[in-house]
Design a protein around this ligand. Structure first.
Ligand SMILES: N[C@@H](CCC(=O)N[C@@H](CS)C(=O)NCC(=O)O)C(=O)O
Length: 234
């Protein structure tokens, strides 16, 4: 089974959450945006039932929205809990990751994606201050609690094995370390830090991070580093 991933070629962005699952599992996939350029991605949106990328397709169907894609592929990639209730809880937490990612994006684009950052810098500063004081700790505490409260494992968020949710939490922590290094370090997140190290050591992930397929965070993606938006260096 080979997948086709449609995502903007120049940023890790939301596509990275899907890529990490495919890479961890060693799944066969074509990264259409990187292979054929952004026009092929735009065409897929134009032709199909999709509002925005990432979109993942197999020979039968195509699916958009990160959380929806991961719910689709987590079982075939063996990155899902066996228990049905655990599966629903995993998906629920993945949807919270979606909300978190949206709020992280809005720190630099609080007035929307149509305006450049330079056109909304003041609003971004206000939004980021509230993000750092209220929202970041609230999301981090929630995920930290989910990790420490898992009765089935000391290592993973849900059930006994690594799931697509763990890979997504890894990506969020990497992204926050890049975008908000000072604000992040002001929070106590031992379980999330340990999870991040554990995921980075997984064979498929370590090989991917080392490869040319993995591109760095940059100032066009979701996780952007603007020093003026980060908290003070302690
Ligand atoms: N809820 C969607 C959001 C998708 C999304 O916002 N995609 C961005 C790229 S990361 C995009 O190109 N959006 C175009 C638009 O909103 O007009 C998901 O989780 O996948």
């Amino acid at each position: 089974m080979s997948y086709k991933l449609y995502y903007w070629p120049s940023i890790p962005g939301r596509g990275e959450f899907v890529r990490l699952a495919l890479e961890d599992a060693g799944a066969e996939y074509v990264d259409v945006g990187r292979d054929q350029g952004a026009t092929a991605v735009a065409q897929m949106i134009h032709n199909g039932a999709h509002f925005a990328p990432p979109i993942l397709a197999d020979e039968y169907e195509s699916v958009s929205h990160v959380a929806h894609i991961l719910a689709w592929i987590s079982r075939p990639l063996e990155l899902a809990p066996g228990d049905e209730r655990d599966f629903r809880r995993m998906h629920q937490m993945q949807l919270t990751v979606t909300d978190f990612v949206g709020e992280i994006h809005d720190t630099h684009h609080p007035l929307g994606p149509s305006l450049y950052y330079d056109e909304q810098k003041e609003a971004a500063a206000r939004r980021s201050a509230v993000f750092i004081s209220d929202r970041l700790p609230k999301f981090l505490d929630y995920f930290e609690r989910m990790l420490t409260d898992n009765p089935d494992s000391d290592e993973w968020a849900i059930g006994r094995r690594c799931t697509t949710l763990d890979l997504s939490l890894f990506q969020v922590m990497r992204g926050l370390r890049h975008a908000f290094p000072n604000a992040l370090s002001a929070n106590e997140t031992p379980a999330l830090n340990e999870l991040t190290r554990r995921v980075a050591r997984r064979r498929g992930i370590a090989a991917y991070l080392d490869s040319e397929r993995c591109i760095d965070f940059n100032q066009d993606g979701i996780f952007r580093h603007y020093p003026e938006l980060d908290g003070p260096n302690r």
